[in-house]
Ligand binder design. Structure first.
Ligand SMILES: [Zn+2]
Length: 461
């Protein structure tokens, strides 16, 4: 008997020692069962219900009727507000609904028009001023952008985005978030990106530190106009350099690097990696552009305000269904109706957003003050400021021509690291933070070019 007890005791001692040693290892990100669950959670029934209800308002043109309960942008806004309030009721009042607005006149708004957003806010438990935003636009249009009375169902452009954000709000309403989550149905997009400006202005006025803005516009169709189909890819557009960098900041960046490492770009890489990890039948196609060629979206006013933002859009567009009066011509059906929506696809896009918001909001803030040193040396030093909620950091590097981060080292709860025999000239570098429960922030490229801090153009490099 003794002989059998002794090896057991030794084994116990050995495993205790191993446990002690492992607790001293630097923190690394963990696989998150909660994110696997979110990947499968979006309901196609909910998404279809939202789009059907929004189409039912006939037109949601920004200059359409605001008084009627049955038709126009006013009725649509009130329906979205009521939907957010119902979701809030289900989670014990966890969501606050606000309706920020401004009056605009412009080329596509000839008379002063109130542009109102409907915004659901779920406050973060520990870092409420840090904000993760998801947007879509509620307004729709017919062939003539000034036509405020003809039917304009806007099923894909952009009831799909609004359906996705309402469903993401429903799913995340009953889950934890350290940072604040914001779900916003914007208006005035088709008339000149006004609703994006309303919310970006609101964010600046209230001191929000927006870490990410995920603009979902045209996310429900999987049949391209040219016959190409595909429901396993979504495009994520991100700017390479900051919209509002100063000439001095641009000069510094041109010489030292950062053309492909804005915070928006590293946000896109973050989304891409989450898709690889949690959505095995779905991939992100990163596009190195602010938006589609010559076109825009509501992420732009956020970029102008100095916040990181990306545009999420389907992979294969069908232009006979966008911005078209409902009609049939030469056997071709025009118009943006619900039969053009692939709900399985829309559910995947919704899952991607929900996973991204959950992961960002549970991770610590991205490190700030990231810098690198090492000219005329064979080692590279990386420095940063510690952030609240982080128990460890990881240093990343990649070939200067590589689209994604290639190498990583967990370095523990410190504010600097030395990468031995990694020559500063030959690589791009970045730093991420890791929480106690294994959520990781996006990677931050050094200096102004990569900082996630809000960047008014006046700030110094
Ligand atoms: Zn749109």
């Amino acid at each position: 008997m003794r002989r059998s007890i002794l090896p057991c005791a030794l084994l116990l001692l050995a495993s205790t020692a191993a446990l002690a040693a492992s607790t001293n290892l630097p923190a690394v990100p963990r696989e998150q069962p909660a994110l696997h669950a979110l990947a499968e959670a979006p309901s196609q029934v909910e998404l279809r219900m939202t789009i059907s209800r929004l189409i039912g308002f006939g037109t949601r043109h920004t200059m359409s009727d605001t008084q009627s309960d049955r038709r126009g942008i006013g009725a649509a806004r009130r329906w979205v507000k009521a939907r957010f309030e119902a979701i809030s009721k289900d989670c014990g009042g966890c969501i606050e609904v606000i309706t920020p607005s401004q009056v605009f006149t412009g080329k596509r708004l000839p008379t002063p028009t109130e542009v109102m957003d409907v915004v659901a806010i779920k406050r973060g438990s520990t870092d409420p001023q840090r904000v993760i935003v998801m947007t879509g636009h509620l307004d729709s249009r017919a062939t003539d952008v000034m036509d405020a009375t003809s039917d304009a169902p806007g099923a894909n452009d952009d009831a799909s985005g609004v359906a996705a954000l309402i469903e993401a709000a429903r799913l995340l309403s009953k889950q934890d978030n350290s940072a604040t989550l914001v779900f916003a149905a914007l208006s005035g997009e088709e008339q000149g990106l006004y609703g994006g400006k309303v919310l970006a202005d609101h964010a600046v006025a209230h001191g929000w530190r927006i870490e990410a803005e995920l603009n979902n516009d045209i996310v429900g169709n999987s049949h391209g106009q040219n016959g190409v189909t595909g429901n396993t890819t979504v495009r994520v557009f991100s700017e390479g350099t900051k919209t509002n960098e100063t000439p001095a900041q641009a000069d510094y960046r041109r010489y030292h690097g950062g053309e492909v490492d804005s915070p928006s770009r590293n946000l896109a890489r973050y989304i891409d990696r989450l898709a690889d990890q949690y959505l095995p039948d779905f991939r992100v196609r990163m596009i190195y552009r602010t938006d589609r060629f010559g076109r825009g979206g509501d992420q732009v006013p956020f970029l102008q305000a100095g916040y990181p933002a990306v545009r999420v859009t389907e992979a294969h567009e069908n232009y006979t269904r966008q911005h078209q009066d409902l009609r049939t011509e030469h056997g071709i059906r025009y118009g943006d109706d619900i039969d053009g929506i692939d709900f399985r696809y829309l559910a995947r896009v919704t899952a991607l957003n929900a996973i991204t918001m959950a992961s960002l909001s549970r991770a610590p803030a991205p490190p700030d003050g990231v810098s690198i040193q090492g000219a005329l040396a064979t080692d590279t030093s990386v420095n940063w400021n510690k952030v609240a909620g982080a128990v460890g950091y990881r240093v990343h590097w990649r070939d200067t021509t590589a689209p994604r981060w290639q190498y990583v080292r967990a370095v523990g709860d410190v504010d600097h690291a030395v990468l031995q025999d990694v020559v500063i000239d030959d690589w791009f570098f970045g730093v991420s933070s890791v929480s106690a429960d294994g959520y990781e922030s996006p990677v931050v490229f050094p200096g102004f070019a990569g900082s996630f801090e809000r960047s008014p153009a006046a700030s110094t490099p």
